[in-house]
Design a protein around this ligand. Structure first.
Ligand SMILES: [Cu+2]
Length: 156
C-alpha cells in the first residue's frame, strides 16, 4: 500500500514551506533585529565636538510679551564642530525644551529635557545627525525655537 505520488509531492512541498518559514524567522531574529537596533557608527569628533552651541533662556521668558525667549530663536549647528547644544536657563522660572514632534537621534535617543530646567540650570544634547527640529516650552507654549543640524565642512 503506497501513497499516490501526488500526495507524496504535497508532503515534500509542505516540509519545504515549513523549513523556509523557519529559516526566515531565524534570519529575522539573528540578523535583521540586531541590525535594526544597532547604534550607528559615529565619528569621534561628532560625539565629542570641539565647540558648543549655547541657547540662553533669557529673563522674563515666562511672559508672553517677551518675544525673545530662547535666544537665539533659530540656530544652525554643524556636526563635528558645535553640535553639543546647551540650553541655559537664566530666568526666574522653570522651563522645558520640548520638540514639537518627538525626535529621536539615531545615537543619543530622544531629544528634549526630561523634566523642567530650573532657574540657573542647563539642558544639553549632542546631535549626531542632520535634522530640523522646531521646539517649544511646555508650560509657556509661546516660547518657541528651531534648531537645524547640518554636516560640518570638515566631516563630509
Ligand atoms: Cu517656559
Amino acid at each position: 500500500m503506497s501513497l499516490p505520488s501526488s500526495s507524496h509531492a504535497y508532503g515534500i512541498g509542505l516540509i519545504a514551506v515549513i523549513i523556509g518559514a523557519a529559516l526566515g524567522v531565524s534570519y529575522y531574529q539573528l540578523y535583521y533585529i540586531p541590525e535594526f537596533n544597532a547604534k550607528p557608527i559615529i565619528p569621534d569628533k561628532v560625539l565629542h565636538p570641539s565647540d558648543t552651541t549655547t541657547i540662553i533662556i533669557i529673563p522674563g521668558s515666562e511672559n508672553p510679551s517677551q518675544t525673545q525667549n530662547f535666544t537665539p530663536k533659530t540656530i544652525t549647528t554643524q556636526l563635528g564642530v558645535n553640535n553639543l547644544v546647551i540650553w541655559k536657563n537664566t530666568s526666574e522660572a522653570a522651563h522645558t525644551v520640548t520638540p514639537d514632534k518627538p525626535f529621536k537621534d539615531g545615537y543619543n535617543g530622544a531629544f528634549g529635557s526630561p523634566g523642567v530646567i530650573k532657574p540657573g540650570a542647563t539642558y544639553q544634547f549632542v546631535f549626531t545627525q542632520e535634522a530640523v527640529i522646531p521646539y517649544h516650552c511646555e508650560p509657556h507654549p509661546w516660547m518657541t525655537g528651531t534648531i537645524t543640524i547640518v554636516h560640518g565642512a570638515t566631516t563630509s
